[in-house]
Ligand binder design. Structure first.
Ligand code: ADP
Ligand code: MG
Length: 703
């Protein structure tokens, strides 16, 4: 078969050649005509709109001016300054390159269309290296029915220096489309185009680069976004289908007596969300297929409770459960809580961490091997090679993003019967739905979206630095009521000297404002010895200290119900999800709780927005959605290490949630009728999914 035009080397595109080809490859990863066509504009300029010089501001994006050349001056033979005017004002345009050519072209008294980005130089506005067109160009384009919207593409300094300007890029795109568009085949079957009201691929590609008008552009965008999200979901869901058909799991048909004993002894009713989630998990565990489920729920929503009940189901079927936590503190806390729930059930639990003593460790090892330990709680120590289970049936991983892929697969292999254990991943970091659908698109997701009753909301307030005295008065009043207070300083970079300086100054300030006696202040940070840390933590946890000054290390795992005030210093430096996690440290007791967000007196618009959101809502999912909108999906906590499985070219998880949802439901429907996509009408889908990019390694990140 003849190679398609799409695969033609980009150097053969008119106007490119070997030198530019190399740059295009290096700077933008473009090696073929097809690659170029798939580089879409990130913005459009309406070339029909002309702005008046008098209304130009230096912070504006690209502008277009129709101006007459008043005069030019060559300054020190290096810089050409051309002053233009449109009757409303004068503007300087500056050229460092192509001076001779520009001088010849920009004759005094002639009129041109100038296009460029305003900047401020020595307090004056100018435009460096504007594009220059004859006045007739825009109207000629419009007359030719070509539309007046021009695409703007990502570029780099080096590309611009080698002459690949915006205009050149537009010309290249036009040439590539002319040469290769017809060899691009439609990736969506006719019936999908019809059912979803999508424009054909050729129409979409032509109009994404050269929109004939606004409506055509919208249709093109929609089609390309839908297609991208649809294939991503289709590939994820297909893997899930394959696994649920082939992935053998340990059948656990019974609930068992231990479950009932624990359940009936609970001092409270499960929330509706907890019940629903347990039912979902129970269905998985008895299905005979391996469970791969993500359990999301805000701090305090009762995930541990759910974990214990699931472990007891495994126990009731004769299997052991391991529960892994990311830190020693968390493992200990889990162990303490879990042991409480297990009283009266006759199930033996044990703890294994890096600091377990040798004798203890030996005992635990043999208890796991002979099966006398039913539930083991621990850290990474659990996956060491010398830990052998009699019959591991369920692995519960808390805060999975802190575990590496290799560690998880080690856990997997600990099964003794050859069938992998069921896997439940728990996370308290709310992940926006659209992100979860993509990051964990092939996992089943359960959400506990309801807090146990009786929990009091945390009142969140914002205070500027200038209000520090009022803050201290508020703190004294709270301490007089018998409450305890966290004061947290940002520690963005562990090694950052300045952060420690801030912390230490802050501590000094607090000790001065809250002198001993009667006040006691403890301090915890990462540079202390473990003994110092423990001593200070205990002083606060036991109620001997009124105030705990800390870095954000307390984010994970401190449970002090009597602490009802969280003061976050320099809170503008924290991300939303981190602020939310910190706030989750209070509001655990019976008293009304507060979170005070301190900020400097000057705040950026974005920080103001973030702080405002924190004051407005306690819903972690809402905050996560907003965080993603502000920072983009790549920066959301929990996704940094793993990253997105596929880089999206045009769709955005933050902005295109509705299309994503629609695409997923539609993909599900198609797979339900044709799980292998083997029918004739789905031929194109099958072909598309063969592409390398859908061969996603290690997708679920837990199996
Ligand atoms: P998470 O692990 O999601 O942070 P936990 O399981 O630690 O939450 O639960 C937080 C607290 O709420 C614990 O003290 C737990 O005993 C309690 N709890 C859990 N479920 C309920 C419920 N349905 N009703 C009342 N209290 C509950
Ligand atoms: Mg917990």
């Amino acid at each position: 078969m003849a190679r398609s035009e799409l695969d033609s080397d980009i150097q053969f595109l008119p106007g490119v050649g070997p030198k530019r080809a190399e740059l295009l490859k290096k700077e933008l990863g473009i090696s073929t005509f097809g690659d170029l066509i798939r580089l879409y504009p990130f913005r459009y300029i309406d070339r029909s709109s002309i702005i008046q010089i008098a209304s130009i501001r230096p912070d504006m994006a690209y502008v277009q001016i129709r101006g007459k050349v008043l005069r030019s001056e060559l300054i020190r033979g290096k810089r050409l300054s051309v002053i233009i005017s449109d009757g409303t004002g004068e503007l300087e345009t500056v050229f460092f390159k192509g001076i001779k050519w520009t001088m010849e072209k920009l004759k005094e008294g002639n009129e041109f269309i100038f296009f460029g980005k305003p900047a401020s130089f020595n307090g004056r506005i100018n435009i460096v290296h504007p594009e220059i067109d004859p006045v007739s160009a825009a109207s000629a384009q419009a007359a030719a029915g070509k539309g007046t919207m021009t695409g703007v593409y990502t570029s780099t300094e080096r590309l611009k220096n080698s002459g690949i300007t915006g205009k050149v890029m537009n010309r290249m795109q036009a040439a590539a489309l002319e040469a290769a568009l017809t060899s691009i085949r439609e990736s969506l079957p006719e019936y999908i185009l019809k059912e979803k009201g999508l424009v054909p691929i050729h129409y979409a590609l032509r109009n994404i680069h050269f929109p004939s008008d606004m409506a055509a552009l919208e249709k093109a965008k929609y089609r390309l976004k839908f297609e991208e999200l649809f294939f991503l979901q289709l590939s994820l869901l297909k893997q899930k289908y394959v696994r649920s058909r082939n992935g053998q799991g340990i059948p656990m048909p019974k609930v068992g007596e231990a479950f009932n004993l624990c359940y009936n002894a609970l001092p409270f009713d499960l929330t509706g969300a907890q019940k629903r989630v347990i039912t979902e998990i129970r269905e998985d565990m008895r299905s005979g297929h391996q469970m791969n489920r993500l359990l999301q729920g805000d701090v305090g929503s009762g995930k541990t409770m759910v974990a214990v009940l699931c472990a007891l189901i495994a126990y009731g079927n004769g299997y052991q459960t391991c529960i892994m936590a990311p830190t020693e503190v968390l493992a200990q806390q889990h162990y303490k809580n879990i042991s409480k729930y297990l009283e009266n059930t006759g199930v033996k639990a044990a703890l294994l961490t890096g600091s377990s003593r040798t004798a203890e460790r030996r005992e635990v090892h043999s208890g796991l091997e002979d099966g006398s330990i039913g539930i083991i709680v621990g850290t990474h120590a659990l996956i060491e090679d010398n830990v052998i289970f009699r019959n591991l049936g369920l692995a519960i991983i808390d805060e999975q993003h802190r575990f590496g892929v290799e560690q998880r697969s080690k856990l997997w292999r600990k099964s003794s019967c050859g069938i992998p254990p069921h896997i439940l991943v728990m996370t308290a970091t709310p992940i926006p739905r659209t992100l979860a659908m993509t990051l964990y698109g092939d996992l089943d997701v359960s959400v506990i979206d309801e807090l146990p009753p009786g929990r009091k909301p945390v009142q969140t307030m914002h205070a500027f630095e200038g209000k520090r005295n009022a803050l201290y008065k508020f703190m004294r009043d709270q301490i007089a009521l018998g409450r305890q207070i966290f004061v947290v300083y940002p520690l963005i970079f562990e090694s950052e000297k300045m952060d420690y300086q801030n912390l230490e100054n802050g501590y000094e300030q607090i000790v001065q404002a809250f002198p001993f006696p009667p006040y006691r202040t403890a301090i915890v940070h990462g540079k202390q010895s473990n003994d110092d840390k423990r001593f200070n933590m205990e002083a606060f946890a036991s109620g001997r200290a009124d105030i705990l000054v800390a870095t954000s290390v307390i984010e994970v795992g401190v449970d002090v119900p009597n602490a009802s005030v969280m003061v976050i210093e320099s809170s503008e430096r924290f991300g939303l999800s981190q602020l939310h996690q910190l706030r989750g440290r209070v509001g655990r007791g019976s008293e009304k709780s507060y979170c005070v967000l301190m900020t400097g007196n000057k705040l950026s618009k974005e920080s103001r927005h973030r702080i405002g959101l924190m004051c407005a809502t306690e819903n972690g999912f809402e905050l996560a959605e907003e965080d993603m909108k502000m920072r983009g999906p790549g920066d959301i906590e929990g996704t940094q290490q793993s990253g997105l499985p596929i880089s999206l070219n045009i769709a955005s998880l933050a902005k295109d949630g509705i299309i994503l949802n629609d695409a997923r439901i539609y993909a599900e429907k198609i797979l339900e009728n044709d799980p292998d996509l083997s029918s004739d009408r789905n031929f194109a889908l099958r072909e598309e999914l063969r592409k390398d990019k859908y061969n996603i390694r290690d997708y679920s990140k837990i199996s």
